[in-house]
Design a protein around this ligand. Sequence first.
Ligand SMILES: Cc1cc2nc3c(=O)[nH]c(=O)nc-3n(C[C@H](O)[C@H](O)[C@H](O)COP(=O)(O)OP(=O)(O)OC[C@H]3O[C@@H](n4cnc5c(N)ncnc54)[C@H](O)[C@@H]3O)c2cc1C
Length: 466
Amino acid sequence: MNTTGLGEANGWGFMSVPHEHVASFYRHERRDAAASVIGLDGRAHAEICVIGAGLAGLTTAFELARRGRRVLVLEADRVGWGASGRNAGFVSCGFAEGLDALEAQVGPADSRALFDLSRLGVQYIAETIVSANRRDIVGGRGGLSLVRTSPGDRLQRRQERMAESYGCKLDVWSREAVCEVLATSAYFGGLHDPAAFHIDPVAYTDLMANRCRAAGVWIFEASPVSRIANVGAGWRVETDRGVVHCEQVVLATSAYGVLNQTYRPVDRAVLPVATYVITTEPLGERLADIIRFRGCLSDTRRAGDYYRIVGGDRLLWGGRITTRRAEPARLADMLRQDIQRIYPQLGSFKVDYAWSGLMGYARHKMPLLGQIKQGLWVATAFGGHGLNTTAMAGQLIASAITEQDDRWRLFTPFGLRWGGGPLGRAATQLHYWQMRAMDRAGEWRSRRGRDAKPSAPVISDVQAGP
Ligand SMILES: Cc1cc2nc3c(=O)[nH]c(=O)nc-3n(C[C@H](O)[C@H](O)[C@H](O)COP(=O)(O)OP(=O)(O)OC[C@H]3O[C@@H](n4cnc5c(N)ncnc54)[C@H](O)[C@@H]3O)c2cc1C
């Protein structure tokens, strides 16, 4: 055990453990050499123990500490090791679940209230970046959500509905307008969201971790939680080498929590879904010639493509989903071919980075957010729409704990439903393949000038925004 004076004085110690991040464009660019982290070794006390140092956990911890609470964070691997440090960086309003489905479940008034909360998350990220004077974290502005089948009047109707029911201003882009900025015939038009932007998610996660530390939060990495138990009026949280006694617990472990078998009632409600990202070598003028839009680009198919320009002249491209745990052997080739299908004129190019990440989904595709037992809170299952929604969740949970703010109750209709275990995973995978086949059929019909059936995306929320 490697203890320090401060650790001993508080009754617990530190251990320094070597831990590597997943290799990605973001990490490489940062030349992230620090591979030693501080883990919990011994006994500690806190008012609130947050489990998971992704953006859900970090935002919650910071918002609690800012309100004067003594907070300790336990992270199984490293800060931002999960989806928060691997995502595409698109920030926009909305949830993984579409607004039509949301309205059908909770009615128009609550659906609007939920959407407004999701918008709060977008504002939070923007304000955090501005107040820290870190505008370098923002890589581009605007989001273009593209359709790959003839839309008819679908885009206009969507635009009107978003304006009337959600106060959200979107612009319809015709096929010609899209072709002016993207040299491809793959898209039949799009909706432009001027409020969307994209960020370097690792820089933002590091910023949140630094804000936490500055506000007095203790963050222990390499400290996987193995047991959470109710003891008297409080909670006992165990790791392999330490234990935390606290009044309240916030579980923010997402899909990786399921893999770590953190807390069964929550784990069984979260379905881990993998998605993939690559970054090309620098492409120089070739890229500028074919992609002249610097914001977030995505298509509205189920698990469609999502991409943006990073580092001046590289293409960061994401797509596909699977519920299988193993990373595909030909991951880089698969996504390279996806790019070449849309932009064949790019010719051949090298892929410098390829990585995968797990998103946590509940069956209803809405976040699991709120108090599930006295003093036990969850902030998890944000799916592919987790940047704005984790920022929202951190604020809601902190103000619920400290100020009895009960806005989190808007999420009570979306409770802990069993995700179906291995059968649920298999069913989701089959559903995805079926929807993908339907998308392809629709695109084939559109290319031949026949009307395509409008498609309702299943999991195209990684980027699609509202
Ligand atoms: C490839 C990819 C692209 C994406 N693109 C976008 C995008 O462009 N826009 C968008 O809005 N969303 C996107 N998302 C989704 C978004 O990244 C996530 O929804 C969000 O980051 C979830 O944050 P989180 O804190 O809930 O989970 P995570 O970031 O996964 O963090 C959970 C943390 O909990 C820790 N943990 C797990 N178990 C334990 C345990 N037992 N003890 C202690 N710690 C534990 C993990 O190690 C992990 O660090 C994408 C996701 C992926 C994977």
